[in-house]
Design a protein around this ligand. Sequence first.
Ligand code: THU
Length: 140
Amino acid sequence: MKDKQKQELIEAAIKMTALSYAPYSHFHVGAALLAKNGTVFTGCNIENAAYGPSNCAERTAIFKAVSEGVRSFEAIAIVGGAENKKGETEIKDFCPPCGVCRQVMSEFCGKDFKIILFDGKSSIKEFTLAELLPESFNLL
Ligand code: THU
């Protein structure tokens, strides 16, 4: 994957933090999912008063893609950070995907699927899904 493409994916994820609906945690997450056909599906976290129905940014992006008929993916960029007093997202560290999102990735993405994290400064970390979810449970 080219550096420029990686940067664009990170930029798209950062933009999505502005759409995060997180009135409970005040923690904004944005994700940008690159499909193998070149399409980018974006997502943000969407919380709920009952907490349980909340959805992470990664799953929002994956479910948007699958519901549009796309199931082959190459990479996802994820960023997150707490909301400041002005309502802006302050990305101060890496935001690795939660366990539920890793499991959802394993349903649709191969072992080499790339997970790209950005710390809001200058560092990028990149993992494969196999690295973040070894010995995953799958029935297919
Ligand atoms: N969150 C995500 O959207 N993705 C992650 O990988 C970790 C957590 C969201 C869920 C919740 O809305 C907020 O961040 C705080 O946990």
